[in-house]
Ligand binder design. Sequence first.
Ligand code: GTR
Length: 435
Amino acid sequence: MFRFCFCAVLPLCTSMFAAELPPTHTDESKVPAYTLPDPLIFQNGQKVETVKQWTEQRRAEIFKLFEENVYGRSPRNNGKFAAVKMITECPEAGPAFNGKAVRYQFALTFYTGERPAADSPVVDFLLYVPKVKSDTDKFPVFLGLNFQGNHTTTNDPEVLLRRNWNRDTGKYVLAKEEERGLAERRWCYEKAVERGYAVGTAHCWAFEPDFNGGRKLGVRRLMDKDGEELAAEETNTLGTWAWGLTKLLDAVCEQNKEGTLRQIDTSKAAVFGHSRLGKASLWAGAIEPRFAMVISNDSGCGGAALSRRAFGETVARINTVFPHWFCGNFKKYNGKEGELPVDQHELIALIAPRPVYVASASEDLWADPKGEFLSALNADPVYRLLGTEGFGNVKEQPGVNQSVGGRIRYHLREGKHDIVEFDWLQYFDFAERYL
Ligand code: GTR
């Protein structure tokens, strides 16, 4: 009897669940015909012909459309967040990687009012800087968020086991020793410092936990009024992470001025991210002109991939599974990508003329590698208008494992959705040339 019920009910449950999820496909023949908005045509139909028109008017127009329709108005721009202050402390600094680097561990405390409270949000920020060999050494810095805590990004035993979020209880717990280094293969600290780059990271959940309702638990709670609904154009989790990336840069700049990080060249800061954190890094590049280079690793839908192709993850799908990532207005475009006043090539155009790297992986169809490539390609006219070589002579998506382009650069790494040494080595080469 039990067996009968179980068998009868299970297919029903799965089909109900499946019915709630908007369908997706990875079939190129099903990609709808679409026309991309032209970044060099104003909304009123007028053409952008001069650098001045782009810099002073059209860029702002596109930026506003992204704010209102996709990522939401950044905390830094909405007036309420301006009052949030940050204190940077450095409880730990010491040698790492056999003396090749110095490891700094900062605690960034966010608060409003006179001084931090006992429960003020704290973000732990880990930074490896190459060891200084001469007084004139200046190192560029890569900044990016991580998925599970700083201690998971390395086996370095000195990385402090600090607060970490527990998703089930929605509370802070202490990070565990057995988690140390879990994501080490995704981080290339030692190679980075050998090549002369500093790399800094913080757990994205420390800025805001990654679930619907996380807003009440992260840094954004400082600006929430009790019971206040989030306005449809207000930023959400991805926008908060992007803002968080700008705070990491603030911390580096502040410590640079104070002398602790005088060996960092703050005019050479690259922002990077993988997957959902790649979406955040692209938006961070758009909101923060101090990021001198932007890297998107397999960022997919809502990142580098064109929404209008609706290949792999779609707008409807991402808004259903992750309702807290984008602003409320983005949901208006579920199944109606053609009505979006912008598409993701224009996000890349917002970064122009700064160097931007878009990376895909051949088996990562969910993130639509071709759509990511086409975004890079369609941002090229803006880079050219601004007097750069843009995507160089690239017109077609390259085969696997070839890095192509100029100031806009692209590769399709062989393999799965991931960030691995091959990706990092391309980013270091790119930085060497353009940062
Ligand atoms: C997936 C999501 C993608 C991507 C990825 C990740 O579940 O559909 O948009 O962000 O997660 O962040 O690893």
